[in-house]
Design a protein around this ligand. Structure first.
Ligand code: PEP
Ligand code: MN
Length: 363
């Protein structure tokens, strides 16, 4: 089901972007000099909004936890010097109040805050009656409902300049990324919240500089509405996230190589070509559902037969043969082994569930 949000488009937020919105700046405002030098360095690199963490949510205490109000003053000065609108993370009503007092142009809700509906509601209450744009980062855990819930809380409080930031998700699986991309959650958010601007934050997603350019390009290919990328005048000595920040010069190089994509609607011939392929995909999806239903029906019949003869539902040898054969066939046709395995695990799981239901009904 889609979610009705009463929002205004990115073009009404007052930032000077003609294509994807580029937000960049240091992970943290550390000193007046560091922030001003970084801001000056990135101002002519195609950046539209300056970011800097003022209050930093850190995993362990005794790490650098941000400069607080002092940092906001530097942010305001950086705006005066460069003309760039300014943004930072807020995690509680006091942060919101200070941002409004200093004329911060946009705020975002961090991943560690989005997970907590109480904290999100407190922020939403503090934002009642204001017009400041708000970006909500995805919660740390891959839960699209929690993400949507936070957006709804903001919107209910009257925040219309509302958007989301995809920064990847915590995962127990080993990965080269600091936070797993899990693009399907972004795609689901796109589907559910039509018109919602969604920005990608490849810095926190990747955690390593080298991985950022490819992920940033992928985000543009997936039609994200913008990027948030961390930049520091001297990343090696950064007090937070030093491995994922670019010097302003390197940020300029990365941004200049990115190719924004446009939606297909302008080119009619292309649209027709895609449409006809989509129509075929639709037919195939119909067949898939029909075939799955037929497979389940046969599974239920077999289940009944097994029951009558007192044979166990799960026949491990049969299952092993099926899954291995199909996986091999799929791989031979260019599909990923894990994908094939997962698909057949899902089908088998549902088949067993249906067989159990039939048997429960029989008793
Ligand atoms: C940040 O943007 O500096 C930050 C702390 O990000 P996240 O909330 O995505 O971890
Ligand atoms: Mn950071």
């Amino acid at each position: 089901m889609s979610v009705q949000l009463d929002i205004t488009g990115l073009d009404s937020w007052g930032f000077n972007n003609d294509g994807p919105l580029i937000i960049a700046g240091p992970c943290s405002a550390e000193s007046r000099e560091q922030l001003l030098e970084t801001a000056k360095g990135i101002a002519d690199k195609g950046v539209h909004v300056l970011r800097a963490g003022i209050w930093k949510p850190r995993t362990r205490p005794n790490c650098f936890e941000g400069m607080g109000e002092e940092g906001l003053k530097w942010l305001v000065e950086a705006k005066e010097v460069t003309g760039l609108p300014i943004s930072c993370e807020t995690a509680n009503p006091e942060h919101v109040e200070l941002c409004l007092k200093y004329g911060v142009d946009m705020i975002w809700v961090g991943a560690r805050t989005t997970v907590n509906p109480f904290a999100v509601q407190a922020l939403a209450d503090a934002l009642q009656g204001t017009d400041i744009p708000v970006l909500v980062k995805n919660p740390i855990n891959p839960d699209v409902e929690l993400w949507i819930g936070a957006l709804e809380r903001m919107n209910k409080a009257g925040v219309k300049k509302l958007g989301a930031i995809h920064r990847g998700f915590s995962s127990a699986r080993p990965s080269e990324y600091r936070n797993a991309p899990n693009w399907k959650i972004f795609i689901e958010l796109r589907r559910r919240c039509e018109g919602l601007p969604i920005i990608c934050d490849p810095s926190h997603l990747c955690g390593k500089r080298e991985l950022i350019p490819a992920v940033a390009q992928k985000a543009l290919d997936l039609m994200f509405d913008g990027l948030m990328i961390e930049s520091h005048i001297n990343p090696d000595v950064a007090l937070s996230d030093s491995k994922q920040q670019f010097t302003p010069e390197d940020l300029g190089k990365v941004l200049s190589k990115l190719e924004p994509k446009h939606s297909a609607v302008e080119d009619q011939e292309f649209v027709h070509m895609v449409e006809s392929k989509r129509a075929r995909l639709d037919e195939i999806d119909d067949i898939l559902v029909e075939m799955l239903a037929e497979r389940m029906a046969i599974g239920r019949q077999i289940g009944k037969m097994k029951c009558e003869r007192g044979i166990g539902l799960l026949q491990p040898a049969q299952w092993k043969k099926t899954v291995e054969k199909r996986t091999r066939e799929g791989v031979a046709r260019g599909m990923d082994e894990h994908f094939m395995l997962r698909i057949f695990q899902y089908i088998h799981e549902e088949s067993l569930r249906q067989q159990e239901c039939v048997l429960a009904g029989e008793k």
